[in-house]
Design a protein around this ligand. Sequence first.
Ligand code: NI
Length: 173
Amino acid sequence: MEPHDHRRGMTPSSPELGHCLGNAAPSPTESVPCSKNLVRFSVAMPEDLLIAFDDLVARRGITNNRSEVIRDLVRDALVDEEWDNPEQEIVGTVTMVYNHHTSDLTETLDTIQHSHYKRIISSMHVHLDAHNCLEIIALRGKSEDVRLIADALLGTKGVKHGRLTTTTTGKYL
Ligand code: NI
């Protein structure tokens, strides 16, 4: 697979990127890796959308500011894009809760996991009480494979609640 570069060939001198701030140390409110150049650009949006955005920034706490929240949103979009490519190597976690007394359930979940041991890189089992179990499974592989494994686990009869959390290897962020 082609290594993909989300910067799409733009360099800090590209006019689209505006003024490059160089490697100056970030301000206390800017949590940006020092190894990456910061570039300023202006954004136009409807006023009511900006008001709603600022409310979102405020809800994220005092360490956040517009720039940090925009960076997070862009990274979220890029991770979603990685997942949209079935061939892309991604990372995800499956979280599920089930009653281990349910007939065949534990065995079925175990069989699925053994069938995909190369893609399941870690798992944690928590006995929540006398009946309920919490299982957290970390997966790494092509997004289509990870989705299939997650669907098989979460679709197993008797799983009370479960969710696939989609994240990234971090290589392209
Ligand atoms: Ni248990």
